[in-house]
Design a protein around this ligand. Structure first.
Ligand code: SF4
Ligand code: SF4
Length: 200
């Protein structure tokens, strides 16, 4: 398991090498390209999912926003996973989804809610896989995304072409030696992996 940018847990990756980090940056940029004018229609479907991650540094903020004393929040609203992550205990729907399908702690919601659905680890790891494996079909990889959700329809409309356009920038690794693809552009931004999510 690797952690990217201190928040995305990428299952199946042990550690992130410099060339992987370069390619993850490309995958991240593709995911975040959806953030600008994201057509969230507040259908509330995403707030019925399991696995809403609350990072340790977010716990105090979220419990305060919810008006729940920290000890109660820790025991009744969170569940700690063996890998140190905290998840919301109550999902489907989330305890903080209002009857009007609006988040009742919106300004202080966990980062993963703000990032959904364009940069959560599951989507990003599939974009990464499609970028780095020419045989991988992104549409098959993201078939789990429900077409009835307004946001995922937008992503499915052009994710394949975005990945295709970005392939030229991917660093390929052959015979153990990392090699940049011919047309790879130099990237000036440096991403730091902050290591495993600290236990709370
Ligand atoms: S499922 Fe998508 S469109 Fe619906 S509330 Fe969540 S982010 Fe918005
Ligand atoms: S915290 Fe808010 S945005 Fe996040 S799942 Fe719960 S209701 Fe939805």
């Amino acid at each position: 398991m690797a952690v990217y940018r201190g928040k995305y847990i990428l299952e199946g990756l042990g550690s992130i090498s410099p060339e992987m980090e370069h390619n993850l940056d490309i995958a991240y940029d593709i995911c975040m390209s959806y953030k600008g004018d994201f057509p969230c229609e507040m259908c509330g479907r995403c707030c019925h999912q399991p696995h809403i991650v609350v990072r340790p540094e977010e716990i105090d903020r979220v419990s305060t926003a919810a008006g729940i004393p920290l000890p109660v929040f820790m025991t009744e609203y969170l569940v700690r996973m063996p890998d140190g992550r905290f998840l919301f205990r109550k999902t489907d729907p989330c305890a903080f989804l209002g009857k009007d399908n609006r988040c009742t702690i919106w300004k202080d919601r966990p980062q993963i809610c703000d990032d959904f659905p364009y940069a959560v680890s599951m989507f990003m790891s599939r974009v990464y896989l499609a970028l780095t494996n020419p045989d991988a079909d992104i549409m098959s990889l993201i078939s789990y995304m429900d077409d009835e959700w307004p946001c995922t329809r937008v992503i499915k409309a052009d994710i394949a072409s975005k990945i295709e356009a970005a392939r030229k920038d991917v660093v390929v690794q052959r015979s153990g030696a990392p090699r940049r693809s011919r047309a790879a552009r130099p990237r000036t931004r440096r991403t730091v992996c902050h290591g495993p999510v600290p236990p709370g």
